[in-house]
Design a protein around this ligand. Structure first.
Ligand SMILES: *Cc1c(COP(=O)(O)O)cnc(C)c1O
Length: 380
């Protein structure tokens, strides 16, 4: 079986200099002693895991973080060195692979620690791992009540190097957020106790982008890591963290006008006739749709840029096309002109956060979808 090649009219361009510049801007906000784990899960949020990981390492990122072991294995096979955190922990039966490739999983149960210990001993080496604690997100992680006991039991297993305590904030990026503060205090308290009991845990991590752009009170400083994802790509975890760092969007996505046409007053535009032309209207048919990762929920909401000017979406986004209004644009765009779905055109820009708002989603989902569906090139 072969997959049909992606639409040649569409192109995602990833600006690796923007990622490097965002890394530098974010570093300036870090508490002393904190390093950066660059989060490159989900193909680096659609930006391309390998090129992004290589650039982050070249720029001095102390670690990388992925979701699942197979992503880490791919990085190792490509020659990427240094710590690679596997945040979803051990996938079933993956302990031997995780140990063989020197990946560092976040673990939440004694069963997981035991499996990794066994795999490490079978290879005659030590395996690094972190203890994940659930301080309020109710996703992965051991209960805070059991964390110290689990830590001591895991540390006593042969072949394991416990290098960090990890937790994840459920709400963050909003300065003064009370829930994040409670999580930060719980995490900080636990880390203090663990260190008093002799665990150094030098790679401990709590903050993701939100926790760095708007650090919750009580968050521990170094030594440790911040796990930075969306902000490296120029997106924000929360609107309230706007302006906290100078971030540049790393992804640009373009398409083409398949056709330019004029329709009369009262014309129905696209499925369901959710938009009717109020007057003589110039429409451009964009050669991209939801099968190209462009969100259908941006129907009648979003806009695109053509030669630096905004053209609003009229009617519903279809599978391979959608219509934008060109009335009043002078000169009138022509078939095959470039259409910017995401990124800059002239002096104007559509950010992933903006497109996310139009589509009632988040920048994370926008870049994941566009990056996965389209041809992609990297600059430089
Ligand atoms: C995805 C993820 C991150 C990165 O979050 P951003 O908001 O993109 O910075 C950090 N930690 C964990 C556990 C994650 O799942």
């Amino acid at each position: 079986m072969t997959r049909v090649a992606p639409n040649p009219d569409n192109l995602v361009t990833v600006d690796l200099d923007a990622v490097a510049s965002n890394l530098a801007a974010l570093r300036a906000l870090l508490a002393p002693g904190l390093g950066v784990a660059g989060v490159v899960k989900a193909d680096a949020y659609g930006h391309g895991m390998l090129p992004v990981a290589r650039r982050l390492k070249a720029e001095g990122a102390e670690a990388l973080a992925v979701a699942v072991p197979r992503e880490g294995v791919l990085l190792r096979r490509a020659g990427v060195q240094g710590p690679i955190l596997v945040m979803m922990g051990l996938a079933p039966n993956s302990a031997p692979e995780v140990a063989a490739h020197r990946l560092t999983p976040f673990l939440s149960t004694m069963e997981e620690f035991a499996a990794l210990s066994q795999a490490a001993q079978a290879l005659g080496r030590e395996a690094s791992c972190h203890l994940k604690v659930d301080t309020g997100m109710s996703r992965l992680g051991a209960h805070t009540r059991e964390a110290l006991e689990l830590l001591n039991a895991a540390a006593a297993l042969p072949g394991l190097r416990l290098e960090g305590l990890a937790s994840h904030l459920a709400t963050s990026g909003n300065p003064g957020d009370g829930f994040a503060q409670r999580q930060a205090r719980a995490f900080g308290g636990l880390l203090d106790q663990a260190r008093q009991q002799g665990h150094a845990l030098p790679q401990s991590s709590l903050a993701a982008s939100g926790g760095v752009l708007a650090p919750p009170q009580g968050a521990p400083g170094g030594p440790g890591l911040a796990r930075l994802g969306i902000s490296l790509y120029g997106g924000l975890p929360h609107q309230a963290s706007q302006g906290r760092a100078e971030l540049r969007g790393a992804m640009r996505c373009t398409s083409r006008l398949a056709l330019v046409k004029r329709v009369p007053p009262g014309a129905c535009v696209s499925y369901g006739c959710t938009w009717e032309a109020p007057r003589d209207t110039w429409l451009g048919v964009v050669a991209a749709g939801y099968s190209d990762g462009y969100p259908r929920s941006a129907s009648n909401q979003g806009a695109v840029l053509i030669n630096g000017r905004l053209a609003p979406i009229r009617g519903r986004v279809c599978m391979n096309a959608f219509m934008v209004e060109l009335t009043g644009l002078d000169p009138l765009p022509q078939a095959s002109d470039e259409v910017v779905l995401l990124g800059s055109s002239g002096d104007a820009e559509i950010s992933a956060d903006q497109l996310g708002q139009w589509a009632k989603t988040i920048s994370y989902e926008i870049t994941c979808s566009l990056g996965a569906a389209n041809r992609r090139v990297h600059r430089p």
